[in-house]
Design a protein around this ligand. Structure first.
Ligand code: PLP
Length: 398
């Protein structure tokens, strides 16, 4: 036998598999709701005007492409801290927060996982049930055992808050709890402010390590409102891990722009943490790519471009909400015996629609409407042209 002859075929990625099937479909009215990407009303991934303008400025500068520092572009890391924690926040002012540019939100999670494996190798990791499926894979591949805490309640189509709280109360101290800071993927079900107060209280008092994943800042209620959970955890003191991504909020998917921030108890502690995080980065990919970070740093630090970004992000958020409303209203008409009002309560790009695996199969095979087997649909892939077909297809499978 040879090195490769005994290697099994790895399972297909469940979400990317949906897109592969979609691409092979020749039906002209096909719709892909299985994606995790924002499309505009023409069904296109937008190139934001703020990004184009920042790129024009960068082109003009024609700067040489040197290596970035291990932790990334300083202006970018500072801009991320201001956005995520607030420029006037205690953790930024007191230099208790450190931030390293990362290769998207995924890269930030991977850095956090590798860092934790070095310094807390026996920690238990807890992710929500359900969660973004890569959470489990990322922490497992870093060498951890990954557990779940109750999150979604299919009966209420909201959060099983009592179950979640109870789980937090029984986790071993030092466990790492991965929490979605806003716009939960895949369910769209978020905690209320009052519920977060209780979560922060139990996480802090029980000595659990919060790892906040924020991939959709600005897609829920707004940039500031969506960032509140991170700020409240930061106010409660460290240790705290925050991974954030600009893939969706800047529509910069392929540029791979994200960051990992860690909050420590003092500036001195934070400096030691940063020195070790740099070792993790150095042995992974040495230092991050520069283009996406330059673009985001330019937009965030140029008042006129920053305003443009906020307006464009608001446009995406509002369009998604309009699609939610059209989805609910359309099904009220097409399937009056079913209640989809819960879709309006959900936040972000996704909705756990309640469609069963069987219904998803019929949608795909008979109507060329593609969703994830769990019933997750991407509301941001609906538009004024395809929603009619989607609604009539769903009404027929209900
Ligand atoms: N975390 C969550 C919850 C996500 O949904 C995603 C992307 O879908 C990510 C992280 C990763 O983001 P990125 O594409 O920037 O790696």
């Amino acid at each position: 036998s040879t090195l490769f002859s005994a290697i099994d075929m790895a399972p297909r990625d469940p979400i990317l598999g949906v897109t592969e099937a979609f691409n092979a479909d020749t039906n002209p009215s096909k719709v892909n709701l299985g994606v995790g990407v924002y499309y505009d009303d023409n069904g296109k991934v937008p190139l934001l005007a703020c990004v184009q303008k920042a790129e024009a400025l960068l082109m003009e500068k024609a700067a040489p492409r040197t290596y970035l520092p291990i932790e990334g572009l300083a202006a970018y890391d500072r801009a991320v801290q201001d956005l995520v924690f607030g420029a006037d926040s205690a953790v930024v002012r007191e230099k208790r927060a450190i931030t390293a540019q990362a290769i998207g939100g995924t890269g930030a999670l991977k850095l956090g996982a590798d860092f934790l494996k070095r310094f807390s190798p026996d920690a238990q990791i807890y992710i929500s049930d359900p969660s973004w499926e890569n959470h489990r894979a990322l922490f497992e591949s870093a060498g951890f055992q990954v557990n779940t805490y109750p999150y979604y309640d299919a009966n209420t189509r909201g959060v099983n808050f009592d179950g979640m709280l109870q789980a937090l109360q029984t986790m071993p101290a030092g466990s790492v709890v991965v929490l979605h800071a806003c716009c939960h993927n895949p369910t769209g079900a978020d905690l209320s402010d009052a519920q977060w107060t209780q979560i922060i209280e139990v996480v802090t008092s029980r000595g659990l390590i919060p790892f906040l994943d924020m991939a959709y800042q600005g897609f829920g209620e707004g940039i500031e409102a969506d960032g509140q959970v991170v700020r409240r955890f930061a106010d409660a003191g460290g240790p705290l891990f925050v991974s954030n991504s600009f893939s969706k909020s800047f529509s910069l998917y392929g540029e791979r722009v994200g960051a990992l921030s860690i909050v420590a108890a003092s500036a001195e502690e934070a400096a030691r943490v940063m020195s070790q995080l740099k070792r993790v980065i150095r042995t992974n990919y040495s230092n991050p790519p520069s283009h996406g970070g330059q673009v985001v740093a330019t937009v965030l630090s140029t008042p006129e471009l920053r305003q443009l970004w906020e307006d464009e992000l608001a446009g995406m958020r509002v369009r998604i909400r309009e699609m939610r409303a059209a989805f609910v209203a359309g099904l009220k008409e097409a399937a009056p015996n079913h209640n989809f009002d819960f879709v309006m309560q959900q936040r972000g790009m996704f909705s756990y629609s309640g469609l069963s695996k069987e219904q998803v199969t019929v949608l795909r095979e008979q109507h060329s409407v593609y969703a994830v087997d769990t019933g997750r649909i991407c509301v941001a892939a609906l538009n004024s042209k395809n929603i009619g077909h989607v609604l009539s297809a769903i009404a027929q499978v209900l």
